[in-house]
Design a binder for this molecule. Sequence first.
Ligand SMILES: [Zn+2]
Length: 376
Amino acid sequence: MYRLITRDNNAKRGEFHTVHGTIQTPVFMNVGTAAAIKGAVSTLDLQAIDTQVELSNTYHLHVRPGDLVVKKMGGLHKFMVWDKPILTDSGGFQVFSLAGLRKIKEEGVYFQSHIDGKRIFMGPEESMQIQSNLASTIAMAFDECPPHPATRKYMQDSVDRTTRWLLRCKTEMERLNSLEDTINPKQMLFGINQGGTFADIRIEHARRISELDLDGYALGGLAVGESHEEMYEIIEQTVPYLPLEKPTYLMGVGTPANILEAVERGVDFFDCVYPSRNGRHGHAYTNHGKMNLLNAKYELDERPIEEGCQCPVCKTYSRAYIRHLLKAKEMLGLRFLVTHNLYFYNKMMEEIRMAIEEHRFQEYKRDKLARMAEGE
Ligand SMILES: [Zn+2]
């Protein structure tokens, strides 16, 4: 259940109550694709840097180790040892972006596993069953992630099918939550708004899915090749048609600047691979822009990645040491950068929440963006 605490213009400050604890929003969800943060960051590390939500990918866990294995191990929370909220995606995005040779039908999607080429079928019911086996806190509805660009006709047909699939997801989840051996009978469902960059299709779709009284609503199919300006415009036009008293989730976005712009337009939930992916490439996020720790100028630099940062890495290690680890291709160097970057993202969300509460979000956003643009 979502409670809107306050608003600063369109920015929302809320809290979302779940069976695995309360999420303070706006929130960043830390992406652990196959039940692990890439970069050797464990759930113990996530606890140490005070993160709120972990996100795992249904498709990846379905192909390996298999959702039935996870169910037999007591569900994802027990399997990966994490007692706070977990969101699982529906598998749809990976089916449409990773899997080979797929065929979309009314019943669902036929495709080949990217691991072993095995033929798999996934439709709304299968996605809900897998997510119920994983026993995540929040399950995402199975949708089609349409290609970009797509014709208006393709988009309208796709969105209509996504709506029919959403109704099937809702029915199936209600059935699964009522079964005796379901690990999390309080699993929640978020619907996904689609429509590409066609604002009128997005708005009409948002109206239709809002009537279903779901636990939350996501904007999908953005950051897939359109410009940032187009994305902000679509968010601005669509969010007002989603329920104010439910959380809004912008899927797969983005840079710190993208997040600040979307918060300003009323978004509550975010997830993105940037902090871990950039960390694995030797890049650190700081309040003075991105740093490349491989740079020769850090060879004898005794300072932490970012002075004043309270993450366990910055409190302990120097730039010189981390640079050495990266040069020597020691996994520890990547782990340090990913840890710092996740801390940076989660800390920024904390600052955002405080700024909204104190009704100074505009000022905070302006200062943060100006500082990040400065460079080191
Ligand atoms: Zn740090």
